[in-house]
Write a protein that binds this ligand. Structure first.
Ligand code: NAP
Length: 311
């Protein structure tokens, strides 16, 4: 496994991050509890120590399961969770970064995760009602209380921020993959200016970059990818992805013995040096496959080829 230190801290995380969105049991098709548990064990065995969840994933179910699965192995894991996305009584989603909600959400996460500290507490989405500076101040207080060790932001563009970033801010995250490079220049700009770690989410384009889907694929109502907002699986974008995957297969047949998903993840790790790739895991075999994306590098020719076909 490859590791990096989170931001400027001494907290070491694996560059393959176990995405716990499917662990919430909502919107990813069939997900079995026993497979998730075995996946967590396989991850730890393979050196993956970084787990990314959120209070909204399955409305707490993901955190609760992760807490159960880790139990006595807590000290071997680095847990990242998130707050700030809520649901009202009609199931409508809204953002809330208020200190009152943060206090409640954090205590609830600690309880569900069955732990007395969270390694990395992230602002899931910014509600734009309260300044980031104020939220950071409140998060600093939570660090002093010992409830969290570091904090991070996701889906927030820090490149425009005029303030000096706080010491305990360790990471930022955006959707990023061969299928979605929209945020690439912002990511590079933020990394150039600050010593923060970057986490890519949607690293496999929600699964399309596994190469196992084609035009005959249809998702059931219980799988979010059937909805048109999951662009990677619909319309022109789907076709573009299919064309790119064909070119990736060509590269594999010529010069590389890896799988398409391994190439897609290695490209992130090589393209953005201080990155961790987060991948949503449903089954043990998926994490085993991904552990093999570490301790080798793409050649500069392969990197250039992937760069060209994904632009
Ligand atoms: N901060 C944020 O706003 C935010 C937003 C989204 C996600 N995230 C985090 O990032 C993680 C990853 O993003 P994501 O789950 O949306 O998308 P993703 O990682 O691109 O795709 C996940 C899907 O890919 C498939 N897969 C995983 N490993 C595979 C392998 N080795 N071979 C083949 N297929 C594989 C699985 O689905 P199938 O097997 O069914 O294809 C899995 O559900 C999440 O779990 C979550 O922790 C954060």
């Amino acid at each position: 496994m490859e590791y990096l230190n989170l931001g400027t801290s001494d907290l070491k995380v694996s560059r393959i991050g176990f995405g716990c969105c499917p662990m919430g049991g909502y919107g990813w098709g069939t997900v079995e509890e026993k497979d998730l548990k075995r996946s967590v064990d396989q991850a730890l065995d393979g050196g993956v120590n970084f787990f990314d969840t959120a209070d909204i994933y399955g409305l707490g179910v993901s955190e609760e399961r992760l807490g159960n699965f880790l139990q006595k192995k807590r000290q071997h894991a680095v847990i990242a969770t998130k707050f700030g996305v809520r649901q009202d009584s009609n199931g409508k989603t809204f953002y809330d970064n208020s200190p009152e909600w943060l206090d409640k959400a954090l205590d609830a996460s600690l309880n569900r995760l069955n732990t007395d500290y969270i390694d990395l507490y992230q602002i899931h989405y910014w509600d734009d009602q309260i300044s980031l500076e104020k939220i950071f101040e409140h998060l600093d207080r939570k660090c002093q209380e010992g409830k969290i060790r570091f904090y991070g932001v996701t889906n927030v563009d820090l490149s425009k921020l005029e303030i000096e970033l706080p010491k305990k801010l360790a990471s930022f995250s955006f959707e990023y993959s061969l299928a979605n490079r929209e945020k690439e220049s912002i990511v590079n700009e933020i990394i150039e200016k600050n010593r923060l770690s970057f986490f890519s989410w949607g690293s496999l384009g929600q699964g399309i970059l596994s190469g196992k889907y084609d035009s005959s694929t249809s998702f059931g109502p219980e799988d979010r990818r059937g909805r048109s907002i999951y662009k990677n699986f619909h319309g022109d974008k789907f076709q573009e992805n299919m064309n790119m995957l064909k070119k990736m297969e060509l590269l594999i047949s010529k010069s590389n013995s890896k799988s398409v998903s391994q190439l897609a993840i290695r490209w992130i790790l090589d393209n953005i040096k201080s990155s961790v790739a987060l991948i949503g895991i449903k089954e043990p075999q998926e994490i085993v496959d991904l552990v093999s994306t570490t301790n080798w590098k793409l050649t500069s020719e392969d990197l250039e080829y992937l760069d060209t076909i994904s632009k």
